[in-house]
Design a protein around this ligand. Structure first.
Ligand code: SF4
Ligand code: SF4
Ligand code: SF4
Length: 250
């Protein structure tokens, strides 16, 4: 009997810190090892030297689109991949990279007098979906490892992955974590999209909404709470709310 071919999975990266790839290599748990029994990883820059120009079942794309030169590479990935998953905030929304979209002098700020050299060409940071059709997104900075595993598992089983539409506070309360506001801190869990399991408040640090916001977040209320309960200035409250959602706010 011939052995059934395993679905192929390839990891690709664009403008980012590659922290999401590192996060994937950090798994080392039973769920990941089980997954690797069912797929063949054919490209993964942080973990192997091999690359592929063949067709791929699942392309996992990390990082934002910032350079015109990357358009053709993205289109090639889309052409070869049956399913494209943008994983991590940079790929899903532009993430923290999109802060530069609100600054004119980022070339000079980073590269000084060489900022306008041709090889350093870089435009606004956009989500991958601005260039190619993206089938699924795993949000977060880095993405939630178990959410990405769940998405891949669903795809292997022909099921539809789901992303919670409720806020991180719900998961935080389920864990019976003491609210950061009751510790004199700030937090954005009330407008952040759940799905991560609220690890940050559980570790004693605020939720910074790295997974982006729920649908129709009440941003006025968020700013008011940050000012009234955490003592933020309005400028800081607006800036804080923009950290991972700069592409969503003008
Ligand atoms: S989402 Fe965060 S961890 Fe992942 S590549 Fe972007 S900056 Fe790095
Ligand atoms: S700590 Fe943050 S996520 Fe948890 S209940 Fe308070 S505001 Fe919500
Ligand atoms: S708790 Fe907030 S900052 Fe932490 S992983 Fe979840 S969404 Fe991101």
């Amino acid at each position: 009997m011939t052995e059934k071919r395993k679905p192929t999975v390839a990891f690709f990266d664009f403008a980012c810190c590659e922290g999401c790839q590192i996060e994937f290599t950090n798994y080392g748990d039973e769920a990941t090892l089980e997954l690797l029994k069912h797929v063949e990883v054919v490209e993964f820059r942080e973990a192997m030297t091999e690359t592929t120009t063949e067709r791929i079942d699942i392309a996992l794309v990390e990082g934002s689109f910032t350079r015109k030169a990357d358009r053709r590479r993205l289109q090639d990935i889309r052409r070869r991949a049956r399913i494209v998953v943008a994983y991590g905030a940079c790929a899903a929304t532009g993430g923290i990279n999109a802060l530069k979209n609100h600054q004119d002098d980022y070339h000079e700020a980073v590269y000084g007098e060489h900022g306008r050299d041709a090889h350093l060409e870089s435009g606004p940071a956009l989500p991958i979906s601005a260039v190619i059709k993206v089938d699924y997104e795993a949000k977060g900075c880095p993405m939630s490892k178990y959410e990405l595993l769940d998405i891949i598992s669903c795809l292997l089983h022909g099921a539809e992955p789901t992303v919670p539409s409720y806020p991180v506070c719900v998961e935080c309360k389920r864990r019976e974590t003491i609210c950061r506001y009751d510790e004199g801190d700030h937090c954005m869990g009330m407008v952040a999209r759940a799905g991560c399991g609220a690890p940050c408040p559980a570790d004693g640090i605020p939720c910074e909404a790295c997974r982006g916001f729920v649908d129709e977040p009440n941003l006025r209320s968020l700013e008011r709470v940050l000012m009234e309960r955490a003592g933020f200035s309005q400028k800081r409250a607006v800036g804080k709310a923009r950290m991972f959602t700069a592409n969503l706010r003008g």
